[in-house]
Design a protein around this ligand. Structure first.
Ligand code: HEC
Ligand code: HEC
Ligand code: HEC
Ligand code: HEC
Ligand code: HEC
Ligand code: HEC
Length: 446
């Protein structure tokens, strides 16, 4: 009589090795959350320009908010008149020369200009000789836009944090769920196969050693020295992997995103309103630190901007929320809407980037001398609703870039001589920062 007493334990073994394989694949997956590649420029690409009358309203909006919003709003009189539909009130040529230098027009006795000046309590408008006609056309295109109906923004996620969608595509949870499902199905299938086999065996008159007293699985396992060896090696490797991973992330704060005392959005300021990074972080150009702007810098604009426009609200943050945050700024500087009360409450921004004291990093060297974009190191900041640390700031990160980046030699007399000597030494045209000495310990360590 044939005896097929073993298929039960075979299926158990299959089951066991499957479980093993699964754990392994899961652990390696969970470590795979590599940061999305820096999408600095693609992320900032504006929506298709809504061109009106030869101007680009999107570019115009940025120009307007950066230059004019301190004194003008579209629909409200501030220091200057409301500007929506201003192109209907004047000719293009008049507007060009007015924006370029309004005082000159008033002095020259242009009737319209003088009248406007007197109507507005003789407030002086800043001259903007740096704006081209195209720039002004763009601004006019923006001021000509119809007043938007206040939309209940549904579903549209801003280009900022992109709603709930994580940048690196499918989240680990989904993968985990899918894998457990597959696992479950395999177990069920095994069960059925087992049943069918038993039935077939019975039908053929084969005696199935059903409840063979056999060893419990762990005992069988403990007896099989080969399996024990493989498993211990596996466990050792896995724990080593985790310990190493844990050690490497000590002191690395990538993606650190603290809650700030005022919800200040880089997406709204540097993104949709196109304010230059260096307007606020002006020190980045000339000194070691980029610095956080003082609240006076904010008040250059916010003396007049007490609320955001309706279109700025997102499903995540309402207009009321944003307006409340501007109110916090007012409380902090002691501004009651018309004057300073003298009661100030300093804002304590939470510092995000922080190298250890023994490492030296200098902004002006990278921003001004090397001409590196802020976004290269800080990520697409103009899309961040909340500021965070983009780069790991590890030594490996600094070194990697020094190895890969060529030093900008053109127009820098300081380098001409060094360049000649070093490029002869290395026999290359272009020098990387590393070849210039960017790998010497003393350059970065005190
Ligand atoms: C420092 C404040 C200030 C800034 C900044 C400013 N303006 Fe003015 N603007 C005024 C004032 C005040 C008037 C009213 C005339 C006057 O008093 O000189 C005015 C008037 C105007 C007018 C005429 C409005 C009308 O109703 O006929 C236009 C057009 C204009 N500004 C465009 C601009 C543009 C475009 C910018 C940005 C590039 C800008 N302004 C920036 C203060 C400013
Ligand atoms: C209108 C002013 C303003 C502009 C424009 C601006 N920032 Fe900021 N930035 C701030 C303020 C205020 C903070 C501190 C609050 C915070 O972290 O959100 C900050 C924080 C930061 C930080 C984190 C600092 C830390 O604590 O480590 C970085 C990095 C940064 N900005 C980069 C940029 C870049 C890059 C741009 C241009 C794309 C930019 N900023 C434009 C005002 C500004
Ligand atoms: C160059 C002009 C300018 C400067 C400087 C500026 N802001 Fe703003 N800010 C704006 C404009 C314009 C809006 C409204 C944007 C809109 O409606 O789309 C705004 C909106 C805001 C809001 C509401 C939206 C949000 O980001 O939460 C807050 C809060 C705010 N600003 C705080 C600050 C602080 C704090 C500073 C100084 C670090 C500052 N702003 C500097 C122009 C400026
Ligand atoms: C080569 C990479 C690199 C570039 C380019 C760069 N940064 Fe930084 N940034 C850093 C590092 C590293 C730190 C942390 C410095 C520290 O803790 O001493 C930092 C810190 C900051 C801080 C926080 C504190 C401070 O005052 O230093 C701000 C704000 C900032 N950067 C803004 C900017 C802006 C704005 C630009 C563009 C004009 C820029 N960074 C360009 C690497 C860079
Ligand atoms: C995005 C690329 C990039 C990153 C990231 C970067 N650097 Fe640099 N770094 C450069 C370049 C390019 C130069 C050469 C600048 C020049 O022309 O002198 C440079 C130069 C330097 C120098 C001067 C070297 C010399 O020979 O005088 C120091 C010091 C330095 N970097 C420190 C750091 C530190 C510390 C970090 C990390 C916290 C860092 N850098 C990250 C690109 C980078
Ligand atoms: C381009 C700049 C740069 C150069 C060159 C550099 N380091 Fe570093 N080093 C750093 C930074 C930044 C850190 C801080 C990293 C962190 O906090 O994770 C660091 C950290 C360290 C640490 C602490 C351990 C760690 O990883 O946190 C040691 C040790 C060290 N460096 C040694 C050296 C030696 C030795 C050399 C010369 C062969 C050298 N470094 C060259 C930037 C540099």
């Amino acid at each position: 009589m044939k005896k097929v007493g073993n298929h039960n334990s075979i299926s158990r073994k299959i089951f066991f090795s499957l479980a093993l394989a699964l754990t392994f694949s899961l652990t390696s997956l969970s470590q795979n959350a590599t940061p999305a590649a820096p999408a600095a420029d693609s992320a900032s690409a504006p929506a298709a320009p809504a061109a009106t009358g030869g101007g680009d309203a999107v570019a115009g909006k940025a120009l307007f908010n950066a230059n004019c919003a301190a004194c003008h709003a579209l629909d409200k009189k501030m220091t200057g008149p409301a500007l929506r539909g201003v192109s209907a009130r004047h000719t293009k040529e008049w507007l060009y020369s007015w924006v370029a230098n309004s005082s000159a027009m008033i002095k020259a006795g242009d009737a319209t200009a003088v009248k406007l000046f007197n109507e507005n309590n003789k407030a002086v408008m800043t001259a903007f000789p740096q704006l081209s006609k195209q720039d002004i056309d763009n601004i006019i295109a923006y001021t000509d836009e119809k007043k938007p109906e206040p939309v209940a923004a549904v579903g549209v996620t801003p280009d900022g944090k992109g709603g709930q969608v994580k940048e690196d595509g499918i989240s680990n949870n989904v993968i985990l769920g899918a894998l457990s499902l597959v696992m479950l199905m395999l177990v069920i299938m095994l069960f059925f196969v087992n049943n069918v086999l038993t039935k077939v065996a019975k039908a053929n008159g084969i005696e199935v050693a059903d409840k063979e007293p056999g060893l419990p699985i762990w005992k069988a396992f403990a007896k099989n020295q080969f399996l024990v060896l493989v498993t211990s090696i596996f466990l050792l490797l896995a724990s080593g992997y985790f310990v190493y991973g844990w050690m490497m992330q000590v002191g690395v704060d990538q993606d650190y995103e603290p809650i700030q005392p005022i919800h200040y959005s880089h997406r709204i300021h540097a993104g949709s309103n196109g304010i230059d990074c260096k307007y606020c972080h002006s020190a980045a150009r000339v000194s070691k630190n980029a610095g956080i702007p003082s609240l006076n810098v904010c008040m250059n604009c916010h003396k007049n901007i007490s609320e955001v426009s309706d279109t700025t609200a997102t499903p995540e943050h309402s207009k009321a929320f944003y307006d409340g945050e501007i109110k916090k700024l007012y409380d902090a500087v002691g501004w009651d809407g018309t004057k300073y009360t003298g009661k100030t409450k300093p804002v304590k921004w939470v510092r995000i980037h922080n190298l250890p004291d023994f490492a030296y990093f200098n902004h002006s060297q990278h921003v001004t001398v090397a001409g590196i974009e802020c976004q290269k190191c800080h990520g697409p900041v103009q899309t961040y609703e909340i500021q965070k640390q983009f780069a790991p700031l590890t030594m490996g990160w600094c070194i990697k870039c020094h190895r890969e980046t060529d030093v900008k030699m053109e127009g820098n007399a300081y380098y001409t001589k060094i360049h000649e000597e070093l490029s002869k030494k290395y026999g290359v045209d272009k020098l990387t920062a590393a070849q210039m000495g960017g790998l010497e310990c003393g350059k970065c360590h005190y």
